[in-house]
Design a protein around this ligand. Structure first.
Ligand code: PAF
Length: 301
């Protein structure tokens, strides 16, 4: 049998760069009945990513994490260029978290030159609301890369963070469109002590900006604590005011149905809903969300 071209080996984590090598390795491991948990990432790892690795470790015998900054999901070339890259530290963190395999493909392995990469996924309304509206083409790019990664890794379980709420829904939709049985595990958002959702993009914020970016969490908490059935216009305006007070420039402050992200401006008090915000702190665009409680003050108690 051909020897696997595994590029680097450490005591606890394999680093594999070639898709064929990874498939061969995983096939061999699967023969002994191991279940695989997979965490796709774009690197610049933080505790949020590591919580996904830890959860995957608890629930699977084999944990694979990928790092690939996917060019097709960046609608803004500047954003792609400035996306933080901290590979050495990422490897260190993954080894410490006892991740089994790091998949580290190059762009040519995911998008081989000479091949046409023009798939289109019917994501319905998910494509045109919220992130879809402000980042045209973004979710098509996410689907392109996730489909390729899933076909290489073929995991039993895929771990993603709730911070990217709409992305979680898009990935679930993708798996149903491509008839893949992988179970999607959505993990809670980890936050800094001031409430700021952990994100690779936070690395681009100054300490002062990090402080002010907590306004997003304050606005979401305000909504969560004050929501009442009826028109949502006032509460959304108040949340917008909180963002402005912190110097955040909002792309959107919206409330939507938790199950299918339909935007609502009037709430019946019974449907599960989620508040979602995208806002700029300086040049950095941040997103966050909060699922809202049904047992709000004044209802049913
Ligand atoms: O959430 C991310 O980091 C990316 O969108 C993902 C899922 C790894 C696809 O590139």
């Amino acid at each position: 049998m051909e020897r696997l071209a595994i590029t680097t080996f450490s005591a606890i984590m394999l680093i594999i760069k070639q898709p064929a090598d990874l498939s061969a390795y995983l096939q061999k491991e699967r023969r002994s009945g191991k279940k695989c948990g997979f965490i796709p990432t774009m690197g610049a790892l933080h505790q949020g990513h590591l919580s996904l690795v830890n959860r995957a470790k608890e629930e699977n015998e084999l944990v694979v994490c990928s790092i690939f900054v996917n060019p097709t999901q960046f609608n803004d070339p500047k954003d792609f260029e400035l996306y933080p890259k901290t590979l050495e530290n990422d490897i260190y963190l993954l080894e410490k978290a006892a991740c089994d395999v790091l998949f580290l493909p190059a762009t040519v392995q995911i998008y081989p030159p000479g091949k046409v990469h023009d798939e289109w996924y019917d994501l319905g309304e998910l494509e045109s609301v919220l992130e879809g509206k402000y980042r045209p083409g973004h979710f098509q790019g996410v689907c392109q890369v996730v489909q390729r990664l899933i076909h290489i890794v073929e995991p039993e379980q895929l771990y993603i963070g709730q911070k990217d709420y709409q992305q979680c829904m898009v990935i679930k939709k993708l798996l149903s469109l491509i008839h893949v049985q992988t179970n999607v595990v959505i993990c809670s958002t980890l936050r800094e002590p001031n409430g700021l959702a952990m994100s690779s993009r936070n690395m681009r914020l100054s300490p002062e900006e990090k402080g002010k970016a907590a306004g997003i969490f304050e606005a979401l908490s305000y909504i969560s604590q004050n929501i009442q059935p009826g028109t949502l216009e006032h509460i959304l305006a108040q949340a917008g005011n909180i963002l402005s007070r912190y110097g955040l420039r909002a792309d959107y402050v919206e409330i939507a149905t938790a199950a299918d992200l339909r935007l609502i401006d009037n709430w019946n008090g019974q449907t599960e809903i989620v508040a979602l915000i995208a806002a700029y702190m300086g040049k950095v665009r941040l997103i966050d969300n909060m699922i809202l409680p049904l047992n709000f003050a004044g209802y049913g108690n």
